[in-house]
Design a protein around this ligand. Structure first.
Ligand code: FAD
Ligand code: FES
Length: 874
């Protein structure tokens, strides 16, 4: 649908009772009531409680904050509020103290780059089982003497149930681990542990349908009845349904998708059903994954085990599906309709023979098997006038087994390299188990979840024993043809996963049948490890070091000075700096080509974009466009030729961050593409090197040593290391403002090298360095990525700031940062090494190539393909 015109909206027949739909969304931020005009009222208080709200240095730290600070759980502190809030949300939402496993699970969606996870987990372990102190101390009394639970704001009995002895024991354990601050740094008073109560207004508030207007004519509806959803969908066939927004959010933020009408269907009862029926479990499309987990746990406990094999497999798979934050909001229907090739659930819906219910705008319901629903890459069997209604998951029968598989780079919160759902239904005949029906479905190997049809056909009617494995493996290789250039790479590994998942399936089912007494022969002891559960004990780490104290502080384990500011969210980073009045926001215009000549830059569309204030290119640089730490060999703005994707071509300034980004997307650049060298090997082959970067270290006559016979063995080979993202948590950012009408330039930057900012900015503006000031209070990680790489952004921002005599702020979004800021170089090492039988190295010839330099062969004087050559013999 094109843009939503006022006329189109007026033409649309109103939904029954729509006049009474509210256009006000009420939320509480840190206990303060706010009315939001952006449709976020359905979110809970916890999502709107910020880290400063639970404790600060004035009122005292919350125990979660205090524990993290004292256990040295923060370094740069940029990730710290996230960890605090994940832990706080867990404590607030569990009536019983969480287990260590639950604590680790709740942190799976949080990343920390600098501290390491041991101190963080240590800090939070004290809140695990038996430590109820947070709740005993914080429950408050209502007027009628009842205890009010801090989690829900309702009367409850959790305080009465506390085991006081257990609390005291665990509290003293906690005290032993660290000494709490127990006072606030401002006035020295003991801090107040009162929790914020869930606002009664939100507790009592009647949920109302909402219709809200957003930026650029976006309309956001929250209907409360299926009838209303269907009516709106009939009026706006292109309306986007959303529930958790975990997929749509990515599309709009990173893929520039624009949806003019959005229907939030979180509160529609028909889409939220979770019902046990004779034909199976009926699961509404809007059911959140965490609700599904809880429901399945209950069903599994209540029903016969053979009925719930599918539920058990889905439940186990959900443990490794994203992190808690995502599972809390992401829905079953959202995952299915996204039809991602790496969805962890879609192979399981297919393998379990689940049926999908679909409803059209007239209210007609049709049903389709999950295996027929996925039509192509992110394409499903849904017409524009239809929406997804529910899933019917059939009960499993005796001798029917379902298993799930997922292999990712890491266990927690990672997307699958390959996943799978497998089911087999057996019948007994003449003392054997014969395969009646089987489903083998893989995800992550094609545009849609792929059935191993030939293998399924071969297996049907066969005896369940190890004799079927060899043929099945051969057929699986045909069924799942991962080509050499399949997206995602790691082809050999992923091929082997498809086979090993099936092998594991065979072993797991055999083991289960043996455990249940269905099969006499169990697994050989050598195979038992393959069927062990994936669970691991809670993480436990220790750090051993010698304490050598000197004076008052050296050698002592001190909480670092910013720790309290970081755990309370009071620590300020570049993006938090107060902007001067009249500040403009910047967005970069980046190259989309690896190697190309710029033919033309058309900003006519960008100029018409809301809030546009200017586009600045190489021609607008008042001083020198060439910069560099030593040699000035890098352009601030590419003037003629671009040499990589993500190279800065220009900078747009506008009144807001979003408007600047929108305008930057509208700059149209014509290129004439040039040949691109994309790997070290190609660079070596074509002798493409940076000039004057040779390095060669030689000691002794290495060739002579190799030939002398002294080396018992000589081996040679290659080692490769790929480029590495620096992955600081705080993206690159700078705020620059002119002082004395541009006589001086001041800036606050996130950098490890303020002096380089000063130098680069002075250079591009043609000012003496003494007229440029750079301040850095703290940075959210740098790891080398905020030295020369951050200075180039300051140089770029300085140009519009200086030319317009206005403050300009640039904070890169994560995706832009990763595209433009470069990486640690990739390396290729070629070695030849001679050594004795007892391991003594006698001669080494090592050449290291990286994508940042080159060298000459000093012996011959001819160009070499390495940037470091190291030759040594002993
Ligand atoms: C950090 C992160 C980690 C993730 N990890 C995983 C993972 O481990 N495994 C995995 O499989 N996925 C993962 N995902 C993907 C995503 O979370 C899931 O696909 C999720 O289930 C989508 O649900 P949602 O409610 O957020 O969908 P939304 O974003 O709200 O909607 C997704 C799509 O479904 C459509 N839709 C929703 N309901 C209906 C309906 N009733 N009728 C028609 N269309 C509908 C929407 O219009 C939209 O196109 C991850 C995502 C993120 C951001
Ligand atoms: S302290 Fe966690 S990212 Fe720096």
């Amino acid at each position: 649908m094109g843009s939503l015109t006022k006329a189109a909206e007026e033409e649309r027949p109103a939904v029954e009772g729509e006049d009474e739909w509210s256009d006000e969304a009420v939320v509480y931020v840190n206990g303060v009531r706010r009315v939001l005009p952006d449709g976020l009222a359905h979110l809970t208080l916890l999502q709107y409680l910020r880290v400063e709200g639970i404790g600060d240095r004035q009122r005292g730290l919350h125990p979660v904050q205090e524990s993290l600070a004292n256990a040295h759980g923060s370094q740069c502190g940029f990730c710290t509020p996230g960890f605090v809030m994940s832990m706080y949300a867990l404590l607030r939402s569990s009536k019983q103290p969480p287990t260590e496993d639950q604590i680790e699970d709740s942190l799976a969606g949080n990343l920390c780059r600098c501290t390491g996870y041991r101190p963080i987990i240590d800090a939070f372990r004290v809140f695990s089982k038996t430590d109820n102190s947070v709740y005993t101390n914080s429950s408050s009394e209502s007027t009628n003497g009842q205890t009010i639970c801090p989690s829900t704001g309702k009367p409850c009995s959790c305080r009465n149930e506390m085991d006081v002895d257990a609390n005291e024991a665990s509290l003293s354990l906690r005290m032993k681990r660290y000494s709490p601050l127990s006072y606030n740094v401002i006035d020295g008073n003991a801090y107040d542990e009162r929790e914020l109560i869930f606002p009664p207004e939100l507790q009592l508030r009647k949920v109302t349908p909402l219709k809200l207007n957003g930026f650029n004519g976006i309309r956001w509806y929250r209907p409360l009845k299926l009838k209303q959803v269907l009516h709106l969908k009939s009026c706006y066939p292109d309306a986007k349904l959303i529930i958790g927004n975990s997929e749509v959010g990515v599309e709009t933020k990173f893929k520039n998708a624009q949806y003019k009408v959005v229907l939030s269907v979180t509160h529609v009862p028909e889409l939220n059903i979770l019902e046990v029926k004779e034909d199976g479990i009926h699961i509404g499309s809007s059911v959140r994954l965490v609700q599904l987990q809880n429901f399945f746990k209950k069903i599994i406990a209540e029903r016969e085990s053979h009925e719930t094999s599918s539920c058990q497999a889905i439940l186990r798979q959900l443990k490794w599906f994203a992190g808690t934050q995502i599972r809390n909001v992401a829905s079953v229907g959202g995952n299915i309709c996204t039809a991602s090739p790496i969805s962890d659930l879609n192979p399981l819906w297919m393998a379990t023979c689940a049926r999908f219910q679909i409803i059209d705008v007239r209210g007609n319901v049709r049903s389709t098997l999950a295996k027929d629903f996925f039509r192509g890459y992110r394409k499903v069997d849904l017409k524009p006038d239809e929406i997804f209604l529910s899933v019917i998951l059939p009960w499993t029968r005796p001798l029917e087994y379902v298993k799930e598989f997922k292999q990712a780079h890491r266990r927690e919160d990672d997307i699958a390299l390959v996943n799978a759902g497998m089911r087999v239904y057996l019948r007994e005949a003449e003392g054997y188990q014969i395969i009646s029906d089987v489903s083998i479905v893989y995800g992550g190997v094609a545009a849609v979840p792929l059935r191993a049809s030939k293998t399924e056909t071969f297996l049907t009617g066969k005896k369940w024993d190890s004799g079927l494995l060899d043929n099945a493996f051969d057929l699986l290789k045909d069924d799942i043809p991962l080509s050499e250039n399949a997206p995602g790479g790691m082809i050999e590994f992923r091929r082997s996963l498809t086979l090993s998942f099936f092998f594991k399936f065979f072993l797991s089912v055999t083991h289960e049948m043996n455990t249940n007494g269905v099969l006499k022969d169990g697994l050989h002891v050598t195979h038992l490890s393959a069927v062990q559960s994936d669970s691991r004990p809670a993480t436990l780490g220790t750090q051993g070091y010698e304490l050598v104290r000197q004076g008052t502080s050296v050698g002592q384990s001190m909480v670092h000075m910013s720790a309290m500011l970081q755990v309370t969210g009071e620590a300020e980073y570049t993006d938090d700096a107060l902007v001067p009045p009249n500040t403009l926001h910047a967005a970069l215009v980046l190259s989309k080509k690896a190697h190309a000549r710029i033919l033309s830059i058309d900003d006519s569309l960008a100029k018409t974009s809301p809030g546009f204030a200017g586009l600045f290119l190489s021609k607008d640089v008042p001083g020198a466009n060439h910069i560099g730490p030593i040699i000035h060999d890098e352009e601030v703005f590419a003037s003629d030729v671009v040499t990589c994707v993500g190279q800065i071509i220009g900078i747009i300034v506008a009144d807001t961050h979003d408007n600047a980004k929108n305008a930057a997307n509208k700059v149209h650049i014509e290129y004439s593409e040039l040949p691109a060298i994309l790997s070290i090997d190609e660079a070596v082959k074509t002798c493409s090197f940076h000039p004057n970067t040779k390095k060669c270290l030689v000691k002794g006559d290495v060739e002579k040593c190799f030939l002398s016979g002294a080396c018992n063995r000589i081996i040679s080979g290659e080692v490769r290391v790929g480029g590495q993202e620096h992955f600081y948590m705080e993206p690159q950012g700078t705020l620059i403002w002119p002082v004395d009408s541009g006589n001086e330039i001041h800036m606050v930057s996130s950098t490890q090298a303020p002096q380089k900012h000063q130098k680069y900015v002075a250079n591009v503006l043609g000012l003496p360095m003494s007229k440029v000031v750079c301040k850095t209070k703290r940075i959210g990680g740098g790891f080398g990525g905020k030295e020369t790489r951050s200075a180039i952004y300051a140089a770029a921002v300085a140009v519009p700031s200086y030319c317009l005599r206005r403050p300009v702020k640039l904070i890169l979004d994560r995706d832009i940062d990763m595209i433009t800021s470069g990486q640690r170089h990739s390396f290729l090492g070629k070695y030849k090494v001679g050594f004795t039988n007892d391991g003594k190295i006698l001669a080494l010839d090592l050449e290291i190539y990286n994508n940042g330099g080159n060298t000459l062969d000093l012996s011959s004087g001819s160009p070499r393909t390495c940037n470091v050559s190291f030759r040594k013999c002993i």
